[in-house]
Design a protein around this ligand. Structure first.
Ligand SMILES: [Zn+2]
Ligand SMILES: [Zn+2]
Length: 347
């Protein structure tokens, strides 16, 4: 099959002929229908984060099942599936205590003595996020996908794999925004726009979208933003403090920059919560003024990055226009059996 392979940082990925192995007992071979191009992939190309190479990047995808291993009962050839960025084993410490998005994944990868899933002329090639979506086919563990209705186009389905679930998961699972809250979302790309949408679903009274691009700000209004701020000039945190008369209850950083991460803390009202979703480059220090930290009181905290495993979205509610319906069901760490899908028990 053809795959885009990253062999060296700061070099273009190269389309190569790659051999894909047959599915092992709990593996599924998926023909890629669509794959998003997420900024997180670019971080690895640029060397801001590291991954074993050569590697097939890509982690936001959907496709159709081509073949399954002999112990797979959840899907069959012909099923449409969304790939899950946070494949879980179901048996490690994190999975057992309801945090599958932190899974150590030892049971969902092939062993060191097993043949690699992907190779080229005997050379093993890794799959980013155990997926490797920039390829014609993806060979994955069955816990790395969710079965969905066959009548939804792949480009829309693919977005659920990262942008939609990360944004909605951050707002609804990590921060748990309450009705009536004031929310700021810094960065309105694929993830930020879903934070805006999730804040609206959660009943936030005021949703402030921040970006430097007019198109994104106008889309944010469509998705539920009540106020927009063009961040290309002025101090964003100060402007939000003025706009809200003292800060927001919840802020979400969806870019991955030191400045915007610090802004997200500095725009909080006492007791507020900042959720840093963006991948701030490894080694970068986020600085918080200690006096400010004290004045805001003990409840103030920076929540951890919330990967997509706790995504509170049911693919069955996803419409072809790219918006989730308000009747989302809970497919999460606490209750990960989607009401419209039939995810098997993690055994
Ligand atoms: Zn992503
Ligand atoms: Zn696990």
């Amino acid at each position: 099959m053809k795959a885009a392979v990253l062999r060296e940082v700061n070099q273009p990925v190269v389309i190569e002929d790659v051999q894909v192995d047959a599915p092992a007992s709990r593996e599924v071979l998926v023909r890629t229908g669509a794959s998003g191009v997420c900024h997180s992939d670019l971080h690895f190309v640029e060397g801001l984060y590291t991954t074993p190479m050569p590697c097939v990047l890509g982690h936001e995808a959907a496709g159709i099942v081509e073949a399954v291993g002999d112990q797979v009962g959840y899907v069959k050839p012909g099923d449409s599936v969304i790939m899950c960025l946070s494949v879980f084993c179901g048996i490690c410490e994190y999975c057992m205590r309801g945090q599958p998005y932190l899974c150590t994944k030892t049971a969902v990868t092939r062993g060191a003595n097993d043949p690699p899933r992907l190779r080229r002329d005997g050379e093993a090639i890794t799959q980013f996020a155990q997926l490797g979506a920039y390829a014609a086919e993806m060979l994955v563990h069955e816990n790395a996908l969710v079965k969905v209705d066959n009548d939804i186009p792949f480009p829309q389905l693919a977005l659920i794999g990262c942008g939609a679930t990360t944004g909605l998961g951050a707002v609804l699972n990590t921060a748990q925004v309450e009705p009536g809250s004031t929310v700021a979302v810094v960065g309105c790309g694929g993830i930020g726009i879903h934070c805006v949408q999730a804040a609206a679903l959660a009943g936030a009274l005021r949703i402030i979208a921040v970006d430097t691009t007019e198109d994104k700000l106008s889309l944010a209004r469509e998705f539920g933003a009540t106020d927009v701020i063009d961040a290309s000039s002025g101090n964003v945190a100060e402007r939000i403090m003025d706009l809200t008369d003292g800060g927001v209850d919840y802020s979400f950083e969806a870019i991955g920059l030191k400045q915007t991460a610090e802004d997200c803390y500095n725009m909080l009202r006492p007791g507020g919560v900042a959720t840093i979703i963006g991948m701030v480059p490894e080694g970068v220090k986020i600085e918080i003024d200690a006096g400010n930290f004290l004045r805001r009181g003990a409840p103030s905290r920076v929540a951890p990055w919330d990967p997509t495993g706790s995504a509170p979205i049911c693919p069955g509610t996803w419409s072809s226009t790219g918006r989730a319906a308000s009747s989302w069901t809970n497919w999460s760490a606490k209750n990960w059996r989607c009401q419209k899908s039939t995810k098997p028990s993690p055994t």
